[in-house]
Design a protein around this ligand. Sequence first.
Ligand code: ZN
Length: 275
Amino acid sequence: MMSEPESMNHERLENDSEVPGSSREMNRAPPVIPFRDPTGSLHAMKWESHRQTGRTALIPDRYYGLWPDGFVFYELDEITSETVLETRTIEPLIQEAMEEFENYTCIRFLKRNGNPNINNYLFIRGDAIGCWSYMGMNELGPQDLSIEMGQCDRKGIIMHELMHSLGFYHEHVRFDRDEYVKVHWENISPGREEEFYAVTLNDSQDLGVEYSFESIMHPELTVFTGNGRLTLEPIGEWAGTDPGPLWAKGRLAPSDIVQIDRLYECSDDGSSTRS
Ligand SMILES: [Zn+2]
């Protein structure tokens, strides 16, 4: 079992591993902390103005926030020679995944290169178990993002974990998801039920974008299954829709792009005004 995240505040950890019992998640209910808005009322008003339909992104608090100006710093695993080699091997894949964000949004991924003045960054590691990331930017220091070699080293999965780190929940836990999917609680692997608790109107924010099966944040329909059967079943006009597995997705959905643009307040010149 992995033990790495134990030392960190993992209220915001998103673990996408399918291994039963491997969850290090994730107390869904966030601590009651005063709304943190470093830029004051202007942004508070902007948050308000997006409160319309689907809620998909975290509300910044004193522990987890957004990346200032959309700049996401990162380091690749350098703990052991073995994992260095493996992480280096997939570095081009990691960069491909990052380019999907850079080509369509104002998010920019920058190598930290050991710069001691940069305290908030992703530490992308290949030696832990599972595919997981924290939600948003850890205000207190560096944060791990796990790409387990042989399990998670696919572009779509890396994109998915990166989008968690930008501050996005899984699509199927949106507050309005019951209009789109039926959750088959009886098929969920025991102990993973909390992966299906919808986020409430109070602990996530609305970016005015409809639910999307194409989203890089929408898992496959058997996600966290305990018996091989569907845990999510598209209903109504979406019946029969199959979002497919994350690893087969290599692009951001149009809805993902809009949501990132809104969360990070991307401007037309390609920069973020989110501070
Ligand atoms: Zn996930």
